[in-house]
Design a protein around this ligand. Sequence first.
Ligand SMILES: Nc1nc2c(c(=O)[nH]1)N[C@H]1C(S)=C(S)[C@@H](COP(=O)(O)O)O[C@H]1N2
Ligand SMILES: [Mo]
Length: 257
Amino acid sequence: MRSPFRPARVPDPAVLDNHQPMIRSLQRRGLLRGGLSLGALTMLTGCELEDNASIQAALRAVSGFNDRVQGLLFDPNKLVPTYPASMVLKPPRFNAYYDIEKVRPVDGNAWRLELAGLIEDKRPWTRQDIAAMPEQEIIVRHVCVEGWDYIGQWSGVPMRAFLERVGADLRAKYVSFKTAADYGSSIDMATALHPQTLLATKYAGDTLADPFGYPLRLRTSTKLGFKNPKWITAIEVTNTYRGGYWEDQGFNWFSGI
Ligand SMILES: Nc1nc2c(c(=O)[nH]1)N[C@H]1C(S)=C(S)[C@@H](COP(=O)(O)O)O[C@H]1N2
Ligand SMILES: [Mo]
């Protein structure tokens, strides 16, 4: 029998095996490690790349293909490395698509977390509701696509426990996030259910400071920094692709690390 902890959309090992020859051949041709020439793009997509629009369309097709392969290769139970507390960077390194002076703090008392989509109990959550949930701490590496990283210590509610509590459809494809700051992102359900994915409320044991997402931010240990929205205001469980702030500008959607 299928374990109840195994999300339905994660392929059986047998299905993965079927893909191994394709994946190996793509690796041999260097297609899974970047370094994709225009010629290779033409070959893959079967269209002539004469103008910018068709090059963009071809790149989107390859990126979508890339998302599917990364989704197939993702092991929902494999843990990322964790580190000792002595390595934690305090305070953490700030990043957003604007400077730290532009951060508009969220009023934690007025704040509500709205729920939408394939969720049974869509009552909004307060900070107190979140604080009453079991807490988990992780010390993991945060990797930004800009080429820097740091070790951080986040605590909060395991995303899986949250989704189970609200009666989310765990077979849905996506979990999508809105924030107080005109920035969204979405992740695959397997990543949402990963044991090192948290809805974080604390950094290094203290309530999150305003620039780092107070009162609630996502901390996915298996994805790049931009897939970790700060100042979350709404969570939707959906089968519809929602993209995100950077994803809509061409960043690879899956962006596993
Ligand atoms: N709301 C919001 N969340 C965001 C961003 C943003 O611009 N707005 N930037 C992302 C990026 S690119 C990174 S690297 C991390 C940085 O998180 P930190 O400031 O806690 O290190 O936040 C992510 N989450
Ligand atoms: Mo980032």
